[in-house]
Design a protein around this ligand. Structure first.
Ligand code: GLA
Length: 383
């Protein structure tokens, strides 16, 4: 699905000239489940996109068409509530957050679709939310800043869709820069961008093509477990407001007060934050081997301590680890399915894909998909 197909569909359905928005998906090099703990992440926008054709309609109606699903919804702007069509909730929730923030936005028409695989952990939902807000911002000249767009999109996900996600996905989609990864401090929202050049290696995503139904409920549970950990720490260490404020040494001393599961979750987050900072240092030093080790360590923590991996993701990582054309491999995003991120030697990509594909299909009966990642600019209006 490309932008001209989306535009043509819009003209066919609504007989007016739309603006076109491109909203990319994202990868995250390292720093998983750290964003809602005030920690550090290292994401980038990628060459998988959702395109939007949007225009005002001078009606009291929002008229939506999801090209990939061939499904539509018309709804009056004063009667918006959660819909049984799940895809529509990302858009309706985003519209409501703009209105709640005090902006005057009336009826509009929207056709959207693209090539970000759904449920693959590449943030198709955040792309839908950010893309619509960006489009309406442009149409209604609302002057909403990029950071505010990311925050409104996150609120739509938290309040309307019901996943208590952090800010990483939306931030990366809004601020993405070509060939750069973003080191974001999720507490202050200050960020720096770093050139991402792995010499002979390139990032390849492998889609398990599974998404276990646990994903969103377990996500919210992890968040609560981290909050429970912070509450325990606060009783003994003053001025701690998140896991960001505490070291492994500190928490080790408090171990006896912890439920073992909460303890595991918290130590994972503290270690993962350290890995982000180490990764950036190693990137600057060009220490690719160390970067690969950090990626494997991150997967191990996500699997054993944070317990958000699944059989299919583990198979992909274990098999990748057996091949010598690869620096590192790990599950990416919230977990329970979706993609692994792999840093693979450029000249061995074909053989890597062939081997992994054979073994994965043998073991799971599922065919994996492979995506070669290019790091791109974030949200933009295109012609
Ligand atoms: C999802 C969420 C993000 C982040 C990741 C895990 O992608 O939307 O906010 O928490 O999971 O790192």
């Amino acid at each position: 699905m490309n932008s001209s197909e989306i535009k043509n569909k819009f003209i066919e359905l609504f007989e007016s000239e739309p603006i076109i928005v491109k909203a990319p998906g994202r990868i995250n090099l390292i720093g998983e489940h750290t964003d809602y703990n005030d920690g550090f992440v290292l994401p980038a926008a990628i060459n998988k996109n959702i395109y939007f054709a949007v225009q005002k309609n001078n009606l009291n109606q929002i008229r939506l068409f999801a090209e990939n699903l061939n499904d539509s919804l018309n709804i009056s702007i004063d009667k918006i509530e959660k819909n049984s069509k799940e895809w529509a909730n990302y858009l309706l929730g985003s519209y409501l957050e703009i209105v709640k923030a005090g902006f005057d936005v009336q009826g509009f028409d929207c056709v959207f679709g693209g090539d970000i695989p759904l449920g693959a952990g590449l943030s198709s939902s955040a792309a839908i939310e950010c893309g619509l807000i960006f489009g309406l911002n442009e149409l209604y000249q609302l002057n909403i800043s990029n950071l505010q767009i990311a925050k409104l999109a996150q609120k739509a996900e938290n309040n309307f869709v019901g996943v208590k996600c952090g800010i990483m996905d939306q931030f990366a989609i809004v601020h993405g820069e070509e060939s750069k990864v973003i080191r974001l401090d999720c507490r202050t929202l200050e960020y720096t961008s770093h050139s991402f050049d792995l010499k002979n290696y390139i990032p390849i995503l492998i889609n398990t093509n599974v998404k276990h139904s646990l994903a969103s409920s377990e996500y919210n549970t992890r968040r609560k477990e981290c909050e429970a950990g912070v509450e325990i720490i606060q009783k003994y260490v003053p001025n701690v407001s998140s896991l960001r404020d505490i070291t492994l040494n500190d928490i080790e001393k408090l171990k006896k007060y912890f439920d073992p599961i909460i303890y595991k979750r918290c130590t994972f987050v503290i270690e993962e934050n350290q890995r982000v900072n180490q990764f950036c240092e190693d990137l600057n030093k060009n220490d690719l081997l160390r970067i690969g080790e950090l990626i494997y360590e991150s997967h191990k923590g996500l699997r054993d301590k944070y317990e958000v991996s699944c059989k299919e993701l583990d198979i992909l990582v274990d098999e990748a680890m057996n091949m010598d054309c690869i620096l590192g491999s790990r599950m990416m995003g919230g977990g329970f399915g979706g993609c692994t991120l792999n840093l693979v030697k450029r000249d061995s990509v074909d053989i890597f894909k062939e081997n992994i594909s054979k073994i994965y299909t043998n073991k799971t009966n599922i065919k994996p998909d492979f995506y070669t990642v290019e790091i791109t600019k974030g949200l933009e209006i295109i012609n």
